[in-house]
Design a protein around this ligand. Structure first.
Ligand code: TMP
Length: 217
């Protein structure tokens, strides 16, 4: 149980290109925060467990095909399914570390080179979701990503698409109100871990003491 149920937790999102080491870094961040006595929950998107998540999973594994808009809206719906849980969990005093969020939704869909699917269009269904307090972007150049073992079998694990994904993330960073902290994920895991820690800890400490309820605008 949280130490103080009147205190809200922080909502921390970790974004990044494929192969940037997100999963490892999310685990390390969680265990360090936990060791300091913070109440932590983790979540990842897509959450492949729900019915919608299973539809997304089979699309990513090339078992089913869907119109680009349809799968985009499923990814968004998959976040909306968890929106209430996120708000309630934060309100109970848990800090949430979230592996991918609507930024992934925007850039992966817009990277498909479907002219009907702009970044701006892609953001619309996510407006109103709980807003993160801090967003970390783990950046890795495509050649570095490929040195880490090449891409696998999933739908989006292709060089061209990954390059566009990275460019779109960088566009989001430079957009007004972007608010993502870029961390070069090409360095050692320990160095990346330390940089994430230095960015995230102050936010967690600050938010756990304050009030909050902003929405994605
Ligand atoms: P994962 O490898 O982190 O499980 O993510 C699976 C893929 O889904 C990854 O290539 C990024 C992509 N994705 C989207 O296209 N839209 C989204 O909204 C999210 C969360 C992920």
């Amino acid at each position: 149980e949280p130490r103080n149920s009147m205190v809200r937790g922080a909502f921390v999102v970790v974004e990044g290109v494929d192969r940037a080491g997100k999963t490892t870094q999310v685990q390390r961040l969680c265990s360090k925060l936990y060791a300091l006595g913070h109440n932590i929950k983790t979540i990842r998107f897509p959450d492949r467990v729900s019915t919608i998540g299973q539809m997304i999973g089979s699309y990513l594994q090339n078992e089913t095909n869907m119109d680009d808009h349809v799968v985009h809206l499923l990814f968004s719906a998959n976040r909306w399914e968890k929106a209430k849980w996120i708000e309630e969990t934060l309100a109970k005093g848990y800090t949430i570390i979230c592996d991918r969020y609507y930024y992934s939704g925007m850039v992966y869909s817009a990277a498909k080179n479907n002219p009907a699917l702009s970044l701006e269009w892609a953001k619309q269904p996510d407006i109103g979701l709980p807003k993160p307090d801090v967003v970390i972007f783990l950046d890795l150049e495509p050649w570095q990503a490929e040195q880490r073992g090449g891409y696998g079998e999933e739908k989006y694990e292709k060089r061209e698409l990954q390059q566009r994904v990275r460019e779109l993330y960088l566009q989001l960073l430079n957009a007004p109100g972007g608010g993502m902290k870029v961390i070069n994920a090409g360095d050692s895991m320990d160095a990346v871990e330390e940089r994430i820690w230095n960015e995230v800890l102050p936010w967690v400490e600050m938010v756990e003491g304050g009030t909050y309820g902003a929405k994605v605008g």
